[in-house]
Design a protein around this ligand. Structure first.
Ligand code: WQD
Length: 339
């Protein structure tokens, strides 16, 4: 298939582009570089050993998005393009709602005009809200999220359900990511957050190369085995392969719109992840325990039965693989991609 990868220069998008090419698909990458670096395109070309068609476009621009779809005629769209910083979304909610919803509307309208009927959406475990039983299962309702960012994911899932109900032939996979971490095993592609990282793994990686002074562990008094929060970390290459599996299964999907948890199916604590990172670096990294971060849940992970049974996909890479690959990427590219 020819796949339009919206937001394909970002962290998860870029790894998915490589997995798509490895699986024999053609791609067109679209991105506006609002949270990605052009240099990632060179790295993708280097790793793929092939040209990677690219179009610079702001997908909230409906006319330009339509022109892109009309010109490239994809068989499917994978939609990664959006803002994703939870804290920032509380400060700039309108920007989050407008960007994340408008980009989706542009893509869906352009697809409708040009007969594109396959859509894969980057959703998030955050849609399960604060009250879902652990492990999270796809059938849980009602969805709710605790931040404007998370609510853009809930709303987009609702939009996709309504749109598909009114659009015979449309097939949609809602991929609910748990905590994506890791990097390409080559050390040539990885996560490159702008400014101070919000998330645990990139923060620890930046401590290891001296870009941050020390890790603050947000609370060690949770009701968990070591007192720190449990999350379901998933290697970004496993996640990328999950997209290929979901894409290739769209036409046989049990329902026109189907949600899939993409996680590893187990909880790992902040301390376990930190210790694993220190082990791969070979020294104890500076850290201190501080107070809890408001809004953090103590523990959650994915029930991965549906993805295994229906997509034939499970995460294969271990915590050691995740930290080793992040360390390779961060040590070889201490300041991320070249500007
Ligand atoms: C993981 C654990 C922190 C930083 C968020 C969003 C979610 C998704 C991914 C994506 C928690 C602890 C963290 C630090 C720490 N969004 N921590 N010190 O909060 O599970 O998920 O990112 O697009 O929607 O909510 O991930 O990596 O921020 O935190 O102790 O400096 O690490 O308290 O227990 P989180 P995270």
């Amino acid at each position: 298939m020819r796949i339009l990868v919206a937001g394909g220069a970002g962290y998860i998008g870029s790894h998915t582009v490589l997995s798509l090419l490895e699986a024999g698909h053609d791609v067109v990458v679209a991105d506006d570089f609002s949270n990605a670096r052009p240099a990632v395109l060179d790295r993708m070309r280097e790793l793929a050993g092939a040209e990677v068609p690219f179009v610079e476009v702001d997908l909230t621009d409906a006319a330009r998005t339509e022109a892109l779809v009309a010109d490239r005629r994809p068989d499917a769209v994978i939609h990664f393009a959006g803002l994703k910083a939870v804290g920032e979304s509380a400060v700039q909610p309108l920007r989050y709602y407008r960007t994340n919803l408008d980009a989706t509307f542009s893509l869906l309208e352009a697809m409708g005009r040009h007969g594109v009927e396959r859509f894969v959406f980057s959703s998030s475990a955050t849609v399960y809200g604060d009250h879902a039983p652990v492990p999270y299962v796809e059938t849980y309702a009602p969805l709710a999220a605790a931040s404007p960012y998370g609510r853009t994911k809930v709303m987009t899932e609702q939009v996709l359900n309504d749109h598909a109900a009114a659009t015979p032939g449309l097939r949609v996979a809602l991929l609910r990511y748990f905590n994506p971490v890791g990097a390409h095993p080559s050390g040539r592609m990885g996560e490159d957050p702008q400014g101070v990282p919000n998330n645990l793994m990139p923060y620890v990686a930046q401590v290891a190369v001296g870009r941050q002074q020390r890790l603050a562990i947000f609370g060690d008094d949770y009701d968990t085995p070591d007192g720190t929060c449990l999350r379901d970390y998933i290697h970004v290459v496993d996640l990328a392969e999950g997209h290929v599996a979901a894409l290739e299964h769209l036409d046989e999907q049990a329902t026109p719109v189907r949600a899939f948890n993409l996680g590893g199916g187990r909880g790992t604590s902040v301390r376990e992840l930190f210790d694993a990172f220190c082990a791969v670096v070979g020294r104890e990294l500076p850290h201190e325990v501080v107070g809890r971060r408001p809004g953090d849940l103590p523990a959650y992970w994915a029930d991965t039965t549906r993805a295994a049974d229906e997509l034939g996909w499970t995460a294969r890479r271990s915590l050691d693989d995740m930290v080793a690959d992040v360390w390779r990427w961060q040590s070889q590219n201490p300041t991320g991609y070249p500007a």
